[in-house]
Design a binder for this molecule. Structure first.
Ligand SMILES: Nc1ncnc2c1ncn2[C@@H]1O[C@H](COP(=O)(O)OP(=O)(O)OP(=O)(O)O)[C@@H](O)[C@H]1O
Ligand SMILES: [Mg+2]
Length: 254
């Protein structure tokens, strides 16, 4: 479904991606893990053409997206839902307008159909009667779920989730994970999920990929990932169990 070949990306002196090769199989959930600042979000943004690689190619359904015109790229984006890490809502629009935005932009549905679809999608993320609320009136977790509803409302074939459960309580996280699994099964969706959360990773992943120092150091099913002997994976899993931030992560966070 998505194929990345030899992808390189730098920002000035900073080499972020150093030859990434990755296949994201159709109808499956691939989880990308890795420490903060390793280029996970940068990788995701390449897939919908928000960033251009320095070199390398990306194919979505055998179509080369790295050389597409803006129009062609729009057609691909129409098939992709993306939940951004910061999940920014439009602050000047209420929840209804935020979630219906993609429907208004990309479909010919009438008002009634749009209203029904918005309510149905909000119910998927466990939100009811919030259509007339403003983003400023919502909790962080509610905002995240509204962002998720907006990403899902077009029922895309491909969903890209950048840390969908970060900042959510364990119960809401588990619900979001279940939602990721359910929508993927119901719509035969191809999903790429970035996660720091090993519980989520275990719960949702068909394939786990670890990004470290600009390269993919491990790719395999859940069992092979959690039993990996790869030093970067071992260190990551150990750090996850211990908790406190390492030196480079503290620097990154500043
Ligand atoms: N548009 C940009 N311009 C310059 N540098 C950037 C840009 N986007 C990302 N970077 C840098 O690229 C590196 C990787 O960033 P990225 O956001 O992909 O990290 P990440 O793996 O998603 O981390 P986190 O887990 O904290 O979200 C960082 O050092 C970041 O500062
Ligand atoms: Mg990120």
């Amino acid at each position: 479904m998505i194929r990345i070949e030899n992808l390189y990306k730098s920002f000035g002196q900073l080499q972020v991606l150093k030859g990434i090769n990755l296949e994201v199989p159709k109808g499956k959930i691939t989880v990308i893990v890795g420490r903060s600042g390793q280029g996970k979000s940068v990788l995701l943004k390449h897939i919908i053409g928000l960033l251009k690689p320095d070199s390398g190619e990306i194919y979505v359904d055998d179509k080369l997206i790295t050389r597409m015109s803006a129009n062609e790229l729009n057609r691909v984006r129409r098939r992709c839902g993306m939940l951004f890490q910061d999940a920014a809502l439009f602050d000047s629009m209420d929840v209804f307008d935020n979630v219906s935005f993609p429907l208004v932009e990309h479909t010919a549905l009438d008002e009634e159909e749009i209203a029904a679809r918005v309510a149905r999608t909000l119910a998927l993320v466990d939100l009811y009667n919030v259509e007339s609320k403003w983003p400023a009136e919502l909790s962080g977790g509610m905002k995240k779920r509204v962002g998720l509803a907006r990403a899902l409302v077009l029922e895309p074939e491909i969903m890209l989730y950048d840390e969908p459960t970060t900042g959510l309580d364990p119960i809401t996280s588990a619900q979001i994970n279940q939602l990721i699994i359910d929508t993927q099964r119901r719509l035969q969706m191809t999903a790429l999920v970035i996660s720091h959360d090993m519980t989520s990773t275990r719960q949702v992943a068909d394939q786990v990929v670890m990004l470290h120092a600009g390269e993919i150091v491990e790719a395999g099913d859940v069992d092979s990932f959690f039993n990996s002997n790869e030093p970067a994976v071992l260190q990551f899993l150990k750090g996850e169990a211990q908790g406190p931030l390492g030196e480079s992560e503290r620097n990154h966070a500043s």
